[in-house]
Design a binder for this molecule. Structure first.
Ligand code: ADP
Ligand code: MG
Length: 233
């Protein structure tokens, strides 16, 4: 079997003296989408930050392509092809669309190439290229965040709460784009409080409660758990 792109084994992490991840196991297979689900405060974003090298785990093992990388910096994680879109999207509201793409060129990609790719995928961004990112709609901002992340040509994409603040129709469209990227070979880990949008395109799913994975399996299996556990029936 091929090595997982990303693997967490017994990962512990916290803030100061407070531990919030109590031994998390997750496996992201190449070219697949793993949905990390669960209610607010469960530890999803902390898990994502550990994966992105933004938060050092206090225990367990973080592995990229089979290699232990505990304590890796965000920069080195990015160099190894792990790219993240944080909760809140991480774009610069006071820069234009174009400048936001430009600010993502740290990896050596040319701005013209980034723009061409971004506008081909999301034509609306092309129309808005000189507009301040902060004045875009939520959906357009998420398209920009996705375009910035893809500019680095990542192998692994970490998406935290893609659906946050977006109309259901826009969420569906964004996840269609994500599904196409997975089809094209990208490995994606999605954290979502709202399971409905992402489960249909997920290959595997995990349910996180209070810093622990309480169920992992196929989207169907996890959907059953969701309706019996935290959606109350
Ligand atoms: N910067 C922080 N400092 C202290 N505690 C935090 C911080 N970020 C998150 N937490 C706590 O860690 C726990 C998990 O939060 P988080 O990872 O954001 O969960 P989720 O993304 O599932 O909502 C929560 O109890 C939250 O209050
Ligand atoms: Mg979160």
């Amino acid at each position: 079997m091929t090595e997982p792109m990303l693997e967490l084994a017994g990962i512990r992490a916290g803030y100061g003296a407070i531990e919030v991840l109590h031994g998390v196991d997750l496996t992201l297979r190449p070219g697949s989408l793993l949905a990390l689900l669960g209610p607010n405060g469960g530890g999803k974003s902390t898990t994502m930050r550990v994966c992105a090298g933004l938060h050092a785990p206090s225990g367990g093992e973080l592995r990229f392509a089979g290699r232990k990388v505990n304590g890796i910096s965000a920069q080195d994680a990015a160099r190894l092809g792990v790219c993240s879109i944080p909760e809140g999207r991480g774009i610069f509201p006071n820069l234009t669309v174009r400048e936001n793409l430009w600010a993502a060129t740290g990896t050596g990609a040319r701005l013209e190439d980034l723009e061409e790719k971004a506008y081909a995928r999301f034509p609306i961004l092309g129309e808005r290229r000189r507009q301040l990112a902060g004045s875009l709609s939520g959906g357009e901002q998420q398209m920009l965040a996705l375009s910035r992340a893809l500019g680095a040509d990542p192998a692994v994409l970490l998406l935290d709460e893609l659906s946050m603040g977006l109309a259901p129709m826009i969420v569906t469209r964004m996840y269609e784009t994500v599904a196409e990227l997975v089809e094209g070979g990208l490995s994606v880990l999605v954290a979502e409080q709202f399971a409905r949008a992402v489960l249909p395109i997920a290959d595997t799913a995990a349910l996180m409660l209070n810093g622990r994975i309480v169920a992992a399996g196929t989207p169907d299996e996890i959907e059953d758990r969701l309706s019996s556990d935290y959606l109350g029936g």
